[in-house]
Design a protein around this ligand. Structure first.
Ligand code: NAD
Length: 362
């Protein structure tokens, strides 16, 4: 097993170092190789995703990614900006399925802006299709309108489109994931208005028949956005297209109130995946040693479960994180009165200690 380790920029290097430390104590046989990505790669090689980094990612079973970006690169031409590295990796590795769990840890229930009773025990999984939809559909561009409300005026347009195989494969990913959880899938669409999403709904319904043990329901995206804040625990697995998923996965993630806690995974058809925290490079706190490494550590756990077939090791990490939170340690982003404030390194050390001292079960 080979893991490409791409720390990136800002807090990326600090949090990935902690995740690597955790992986190192698991006594598993894998090779880890690091490479530059994002702004760091641009500085060294003139490109945010150099050929050598892409090659390493392609020949690895999984990529552990930190974060990329810094305000100082905002003036670069778009193809040279650090964030392009993520798009390049998604495209080149064919990462079409994005997994974003939103889990509310018992100890962090007060970090949410929702009432504790709405959020306590929350465990939902948003699955977003990542390589299709209006974000990639052609044609797109600017032109002079020949019809519409203002013929002759300047206009811009994008194309929403999905092919049958694209919808079938993401639907299967969702049903398979639901089988390992509470066996419920909610497919989110806008079938009442959009042809593309009536097509989506029809195909998800068809694929659902292959999974009679999984309960399927459909919800319009506007209602789903409301239900996520009204009664989020009603959901188990939510599957949706690229644009709706972009919005809903951020909404679901923030239900838990702590961006530093949220892992994510993006997978291709052969289960090769890119694992990264849901947050960015946080230039405002980079280099201060105060970032929360838990989202990255939990992303490493997802990597063990989904791409490296090591579910017990994943469980050990997740149990260790719960143990550390229960012991009252908190980085600044999740700190509250009565808990102990620690930095990234102490938090990583505590997770390692919980694993190696076997102070945890499960
Ligand atoms: P951000 O997620 O980096 O930061 C938002 C806020 O959350 C900041 O106040 C930050 O200090 C805090 N924060 C984020 N992660 C944290 C952690 N682990 N521990 C404690 N606090 C944390 O978003 P932003 O400020 O909008 O963007 C900063 C840079 O990151 C930009 O260049 C942006 O393009 C880039 N970005 C990259 C990714 C990625 O690499 N996948 C994702 C989003 C943004």
């Amino acid at each position: 097993m080979k893991i490409a380790v791409l720390p990136g920029d800002g807090i990326g290097t600090e949090i990935v170092a902690e995740a690597v430390k955790v992986l190192d104590v698991l006594d598993l046989k894998f090779e880890m190789e690091s490479a530059l990505v994002g702004g760091a790669a641009y500085e060294a090689h003139g490109h945010p995703l150099p050929e050598s980094t892409l090659k390493l990612a392609k020949e690895s079973d999984a990529v552990l990614f930190g974060a990329v970006g810094d305000w100082k690169y905002d003036k670069l031409d778009r193809p040279l900006r650090p964030e392009q590295a993520i798009l390049g990796l998604r495209k080149n590795l064919g990462l079409f399925a994005n997994f974003r769990p939103a889990i509310c840890y018992e100890q962090l229930v007060d970090a949410s802006s929702l009432k504790p009773e709405l959020i306590a025990g929350l465990d939902i999984l948003i699955i977003r299709e990542l390589t299709g939809d209006i974000y990639f559909g052609q044609p797109r561009g600017r032109r002079t309108a020949v019809d519409g409300h203002f013929p002759g005026a300047e206009e811009a347009f994008d194309t929403m489109r999905y092919s049958r195989p694209e919808v079938e494969r993401i639907a299967r990913v969702a049903f398979e994931a639901a089988r390992k959880r509470s066996k419920r899938v909610t497919s989110v669409d806008k079938a009442n208005v959009l042809e593309t999403f009536q097509f989506w709904k029809d195909i998800v319904t068809e694929i659902g028949k292959e999974y009679p043990d999984v309960e399927l329901d459909h919800m319009y995206v506007d209602n789903a956005a409301m239900q996520l804040v009204k009664a989020p625990k009603k959901f188990d697995v939510v599957v949706t297209g690229n644009m709706f998923g972009d919005i809903l996965s951020d909404e679901a993630a923030m239900l838990t109130g702590s961006i530093g806690m949220l892992p994510s995974a993006s997978l291709n058809a052969s289960n090769q995946g890119l694992y990264e925290p849901s947050h960015g490079s946080a230039p405002d706190i980079a280099g201060k040693g105060v970032a929360n490494p838990l989202a990255t550590i939990l992303s490493a756990a997802m990597m063990l479960r989904f791409s490296l077939n090591q579910p017990e090791a994943a469980d050990r990490i997740e149990s260790a994180v719960k143990h550390v939170l229960a012991s009252g340690l908190r980085t600044g982003d999740i700190w509250s009165e009565g808990t102990k404030r620690v930095g990234a390194r102490e938090m990583g050390d505590a997770v390692v200690a919980a694993i190696t001292k076997k102070t945890i079960t499960g």
